[in-house]
Design a protein around this ligand. Structure first.
Ligand code: IMP
Length: 405
């Protein structure tokens, strides 16, 4: 049975939610291995749009069990609201279909507070992700296992006073009431407790019984803490390597799937060589509805950067590409793709002819205009990786399958 890993090839928001939702129907296990509520995976389900932040897209599949792995950080309040939203859409979430690692770390209100105060220049999502991973690396974080025996309250108090001391010295002001934070977390913690378990064992059991497993990456290759455009990155390993350490056990991936948008977007600060600040950039934003699923921020838009795409293939060992939002390029007379850099660092572009007609909802490659087919062929030739699927709209059914993964 197959084991797949799905990773964004750009700066996140490539459409991984739809791809994972599409693949999850045939999976026994769907595993998130890094990040937390900074992600925003939008899936369209029975005409309802659902944005999942921490829960894997597999939750919508009646067959799959979903796992939030040890490499993740979990905000119980946001998790509780996701569970409620799913219940309103008729999707029950309980220990039979969601298991959260006892080794994942707790995101506290203090982490969110510190993120807002300290990380403005990076343009983070404000979800406390960086401060929570900082505490983890400093060996002062709160693992979810402490929710099981109640020791999390004592740890919250220690954590509060440590940060409080630091904050008073550095900024001369105190922080919020820790007792109040504990009270605010209690109902969500009670909901989370029955979901906590040994997810490494769960993944190991699925591997050893030949189960089908999908590892679902969040953010994208160039937001990876090591491989991304540092310091404008997130605080976890978003690339394929992270799936092994953050998922729990060693696995062999039968497919390493890149999700790549047909153009580029980035939210937050940091370098973006192919960014378009002109009318074309604005048009891409409106046609592609490029507004953050987590924060609502307008995304920066630009041309596809294939030189970065090639690097993403090298780092992740991609052997299959899903190209998303090709429909959003319809109507642009000329399309550009960066294939290198000039000596001053500006992108070298290849120009290609665009197409006029709408391709929204097209499901067969041969129905695409010849210019769209050429665009796809150019991408696969440049990356030396096949484009196996092409997404032509937000629904599950708006997809061209050229080659099963
Ligand atoms: P953090 O992950 O909230 O610490 O934010 C670090 C950087 O990653 C910021 O530029 C965010 O905008 C970006 N980022 C985090 N999560 C996502 C995502 O799911 N999609 C796109 N960008 C993200």
């Amino acid at each position: 049975m197959p084991v797949y890993v799905v990773v964004g090839a750009q700066w996140g928001d490539e459409g991984k939610g739809k791809v994972c939702d599409f693949l999850a129907g045939a999976m026994d296990l769907v595993v998130r291995y890094q990040g937390g509520a900074n992600a925003g995976h939008t899936v369209v389900f029975d005409d309802r749009k659902i944005v999942l932040h921490q829960i894997p897209s597999g939750i919508l599949s009646p067959r799959a069990r979903s796992v939030i792995g040890n490499g993740c950080v979990v905000d119980p309040v946001i998790l509780a609201s996701e569970i409620r939203e799913l219940a309103a859409a008729g999707v029950h979430v309980g220990p039979e279909n969601l298991i959260v690692s006892q080794h994942a770390h707790l995101v506290t209100p203090l982490h969110r507070f510190l993120d807002e105060k300290q990380n403005g220049a990076i343009g983070t999502t404000g979800r406390g992700i960086g401060p929570c991973y900082t505490d983890k690396a400093q060996r002062s974080g709160i693992r979810l296992e402490s929710l099981m025996d109640g020791s999390w309250r004592g740890r919250m108090r220690e954590h509060g006073s440590r940060h409080e001391d630091f904050y008073r010295v550095v900024y001369g002001v105190g922080y919020i009431d820790v007792e109040e934070s504990i009270r605010a977390l209690e109902p969500a913690v009670a909901l989370l407790q029955p979901l906590i378990g040994d997810t490494a064992q769960v993944v190991c059991d699925a591997v050893s019984t030949g189960g089908s497993i999908l590892f679902e990456g969040a953010q994208g290759t160039f937001l990876d803490l090591d491989h991304g455009t540092y310091p404008y990155v997130t605080s976890s390993t978003t690339t394929v390597g992270g799936a092994i350490s953050g998922g729990g056990v060693y696995v062999h991936f039968d497919r390493r799937i890149a999700v790549m948008k047909a153009y580029a977007t980035r939210v937050g600060e940091g370098p973006f060589p192919t960014e378009l600040t002109d009318e074309t950039g604005r048009r891409l934003r409106e046609v592609g509805r490029e507004y953050g699923a987590t924060t609502g921020r307008a995304r920066r838009c630009g041309w596809l950067d294939l030189s970065m795409g090639r690097r993403a293939c090298m780092i992740n060992g991609f052997d299959y590409v899903v190209l998303t939002k090709l429909d959003c390029l319809s109507g642009l007379p000329v399309l550009r793709a960066a294939v290198g850099r000039a000596s001053d660092g500006t992108p070298d572009y290849v120009d290609m002819e665009g197409w006029d007609s709408s391709i929204a909802g097209v499901t067969s490659f041969h129905e695409l205009p010849v210019e769209a087919r050429r665009y796809v062929a150019f991408i696969e030739e440049y990356l030396c990786v096949p484009v196996g699927m092409i997404s032509t709209g937000p629904s599950r059914s708006d997809i061209i399958i050229r080659k099963e993964p």
